[in-house]
Design a protein around this ligand. Structure first.
Ligand SMILES: C[S@@+](CC[C@H](N)C(=O)[O-])C[C@H]1O[C@@H](n2cnc3c(N)ncnc32)[C@H](O)[C@@H]1O
Length: 264
């Protein structure tokens, strides 16, 4: 059945493709490869995040680590890194990247398939990272559970570093952005933002579909402005120490990095 919440142009494309359209989640076994091709090695926010992590020595917990866009730079800092993700497909991509990495990096990385809301470990971490505005993948209850996980796993003096995205309604509520993946494949990125519902739906599909099945990878995410996030963190006993506007995130997105610590 056609998903009516997809951006209009993605819906039209799916209709046009008919049975050839394979609409999947961005992080399932099929969608993971698309995410990784489009964004998995992007350097956005990496420099700013690493600058904050560098200041606090000790092991790092990389939540929603995906295919390792942040995990590998964290390992390059010389840290022990525990990379947590829910998706088998994304973790398989990360494992493959680690296999190709020098042993001195690979040996310091632990992969865990788990839900970041309920993840438990006897270890405590100097820094917990949740990048790429992945906090937006959780609803309000999920975020509250996540803050509990973070508090429980931060070592004394530890930092929680997370990013979020704010949107400007400059061109209406739907945008299309062309992308070229690392593989050289051209993609169309569609986004539909529903400000009333506080969420956006994104869809990525190849710009020049070949014969046969065509993957349309989708994700529905909340839009959590930094002020709201800061208030939620305060309520959970996490005080924001610094806020950093990140460089151009493209289209109408403004990415913001927050650094927090346990306050009580
Ligand atoms: C936007 S990607 C970010 C991946 C990576 N950090 C990066 O920068 O490319 C979001 C990741 O969150 C993972 N994810 C979604 N819900 C999750 C959950 N509840 N617990 C753990 N991981 C989750 C997805 O599988 C996906 O790999």
């Amino acid at each position: 059945m056609l998903r009516t919440d997809l951006p209009r142009q993605a819906r039209e494309l799916v209709t046009e493709l008919g049975e050839r359209a394979v609409v999947c989640d961005m992080y399932d076994l099929t969608g993971s490869a698309v995410y990784h091709d489009v964004a998995g090695t992007d350097t956005h926010e990496v420099r700013e995040l690493i600058t904050l992590v560098r200041r606090v020595p000790g092991p790092v917990l990389d939540l929603a680590a995906g295919s390792g866009r942040l995990t590998l730079p964290l390992l390059a800092l010389g840290r022990q890194v525990t990379a947590v993700d829910l998706s088998e497909g994304m973790l398989a991509l990360l494992a493959a990247r680690l296999e190709e990495s020098p042993a001195r990096l690979r040996e310091r990385c632990t992969l865990v398939r788990a839900d970041m809301r309920t993840f438990t470990s006897p270890r405590r971490f100097a820094v917990i990272v949740l990048g790429t505005s992945s906090i937006s993948l959780l609803d309000a209850d999920g975020r509250a559970a996540l803050y509990g996980t973070v508090r429980e796993h931060l070592a004394p003096g530890g930092r929680f570093v997370l990013s979020t995205v704010e949107l400007d309604a400059v061109d209406g509520h739907e945008v299309e952005v062309p992308f070229v993946g690392v593989s050289g494949t051209s993609y169309r990125f569609f986004e539909r933002w529903d400000p009333g519902a506080g969420r956006r739906v994104v869809a990525i599909c190849p710009a020049e579909p070949l014969d046969g099945p065509v993957t349309v990878a989708t994700s529905t995410v909340a839009v959590v402005p930094a002020d709201r996030l800061e208030a939620e963190l305060a309520q959970a006993g996490l005080a924001v120490l610094s806020r950093h506007a990140l460089g151009d995130a493209g289209a109408r997105h403004r990415d913001i990095l927050l650094e927090a610590e346990v306050s009580r």
